[in-house]
Design a protein around this ligand. Sequence first.
Ligand code: IMP
Length: 447
Amino acid sequence: MPSLSVFGAQWGDEGKGKIIDLLSDRVDVVVRYQGGANAGHTVVVDGEKWVLHLIPSGILHPGKVNVIGAGVAIDPVTLLGEIDGLRERGVDVNPARLRIAANAHVIFEQHKRIDGLNERWKGSGRIGTTGRGIGPAYGDKAARTGLRIADLLDPERCGGRLRANLAEKNALIARVHEEPPLPTDELVERYAALGERLRPFVGDTGAELRAAERADKRILFEGAQGIMLDIDHGTYPYVTSSNTGPGGIPSGAGVPPRMIGHAVGIAKAYCTRVGEGPFPSELDGEAAKRLRDAGHEYGTTTGRPRRAGNFDAVQVRYGLELAGAASWIMTKLDVLSGLGDIDVVTGYRVNGERFEDYPAHLSTIDEVETEVETLSGWTEDISGARSLEELPDTARAYVERVEEIVGVPICMLSVSAERDAVIQRSSIFEDGWIEEAAGDAPVGAAR
Ligand code: IMP
């Protein structure tokens, strides 16, 4: 059974949490393969809101196995807080249901501290990170000075290496940033205790996933952030520090590339971005505020107001092509209700020359002039629609025109945050992955 990769096709915050939660009904295993607690996946079930930062969204489905793979940068404090929080609300989080890669890298206190200090140091050149220590932890991984989860379980090995790491970071903190150093002994002791608590969940998750494939299990790879934040193919340097698309799966999960079956991108009916960096379809002033407020576009991880803009077909086409996605899911269509006519970016021009592809260089993106097409809006509440026919004509025309411009079919639409608020448009995947609504229970109906 080929696996399924679900990834963000914009700059993150596309509503992946809800879609992954919905598809989790049909899979056996859900896997995070990159990123860390910079992600904030929101799921609403029966009006109750859940926000997951590190644990895959499948945890809300009894019986599903959830894997945090080697490519994830794990903050043990956040992870254990999340485990405790889920248990308090009655979710069964046990070592059979939650698996943590022994070779995943650890985000320590010093990484979070350096993340904030680096941003301060950069001033107006800052990235606008989430402050979760992502860049510094992946930096240590690449520099081969990081520690992995397995190291945490071996206090003797961990102590020495953690001290060495802290010595280097403390020198930076004190000498460059002129701030007080972090307490080494206290941190060594604290992380040893955190490691002990994580021990039952830790294993060789790559081997476990390869065995799951041999046992014909259905595996869903849950991307965090969006393809435009990919460290190699996004708007560098205004990106996160991992490969956010399906390209990150083999190394991030420890599985062979052939295990990636279908890839489906998620994109909102409009667009947002958090932090700094280019955003060609960005709106400003009152128009941005109306969209931001209508879509509750405030960060789940940081609470920051998100920058808001129009749907950008050039950008989404690029993301889907890069990931090899044969279809995509449009989310938050309901947010556009009552906002008037809607512009969609259909092309880019630089110095009069039309661009079909997303520019690779920041300097070019900065100079981009957008071409837009204005589509008619609608005023009706569409959150109860469960088929295209139930949408107002102009909303349906919006969906169909956007799909045409992007050139990749939309397989599903999301029309509110609730789990069952989707319009299933066509069979998403071949191989019986997600059958058509006709003759089969709609996705999300199993619970
Ligand atoms: P970092 O991943 O915290 O280093 O942040 C790098 C950039 O990615 C910043 O612009 C963040 O706002 C953005 N970013 C990181 N994680 C997310 C996410 O889950 N959603 C949206 N943006 C994100």
